[in-house]
Design a protein around this ligand. Structure first.
Ligand code: 13P
Length: 251
């Protein structure tokens, strides 16, 4: 079981040509990258099928979005099983930008996660607290409530398809990173929560990634904590050289 993961999240960036160039650069560099890291990238939806077809076999493709419903009259939505049929491996669920900017509620996050699990699509479940919640020392309470609500009804077996990403909202795209100690503390909290909710084996086999202004200059320190299994990376995933140095940041 490979817990170390470096996952990019391009958000709404790159043309298809730029995306293909990035993939090409990654393919060329692959032989020099450590083998003990799972590599993933969440690309814009219009490119998913094409990139899943063309990608280097070591790169896992993730969708940034997925429907909370199955097939039916839901214009504009795409389902978890459609993603699977296109060769997509994971979907991000519960990203703070979806929660804050697109009104995704806890109920919607939980419904999306359930659809993914039922279709055999891997999930990167994102959680994270706002600055005011951290300032009032409520971060653990917030994360616990997000995890509890999203994973309600899931079994230890379902957790084999779930990766957790801790993304403090105050650190996303702000240049302000959680200190290695702050990240380590929250990751240990999350792993303990998984252990109590499911079991110790599940906790030890679930990857918990850090997200929020993670970049080549701070990744080594963040990834050195025993409960930080890698990163979900926005800005620094856009450039393939930076992304490669993130993959090389495990010690
Ligand atoms: P940044 O790395 O740009 O802060 O974004 C983090 C993130 O939201 C990844 O999902």
């Amino acid at each position: 079981m490979m817990r170390n993961i470096v996952a990019g999240n391009w958000k709404s960036n790159k043309s298809i040509n730029e995306a293909r160039n990035w993939m090409g650069e990654m393919g060329e560099a692959m032989d020099n990258l450590p083998k003990n890291v799972r590599i993933m990238v969440a690309v814009p939806a219009p490119y998913l099928a094409a990139l899943a077809n063309e990608k280097h076999p070591r790169i896992h493709i993730a969708s940034q979005q997925v429907s909370a419903n199955g097939h039916g009259a839901f214009t504009g939505e795409f389902t978890a099983d459609m993603l699977v049929s296109c060769g997509v491996d994971y979907a991000l669920v519960g990203h703070s930008e979806r929660r804050s900017d697109f009104g995704e509620t806890e109920a919607l996050v939980s419904a999306k996660l359930k659809q993914c699990i039922e279709s055999g699509l891997g999930v990167v479940l994102c959680c994270g607290e706002h600055l005011n919640e951290r300032d009032s020392e409520r971060q653990e309470e917030v994360i616990e409530s997000q995890l509890e609500s999203a994973l309600h009804g899931m079994t230890a077996d379902d957790m084999k398809n779930v990766i957790v990403a801790y993304e403090p909202i105050w650190a996303i795209g702000t240049g302000r990173t959680a200190t290695a100690d702050q990240a380590a503390e929250m990751h240990t909290f999350i792993r303990r929560w998984i252990s109590e909710k499911f079991d110790r084996y599940t906790a030890e086999n679930t990857s918990v990634l850090y997200g929020g202004s993670c970049k080549p200059s701070n990744a080594k320190e963040l990834f050195a904590s025993k409960d930080v299994d890698g990163g979900l990376i926005g800005g620094a995933s856009l450039n393939s050289d930076d992304f490669q140095s993130l993959i090389c940041s495990f010690t």
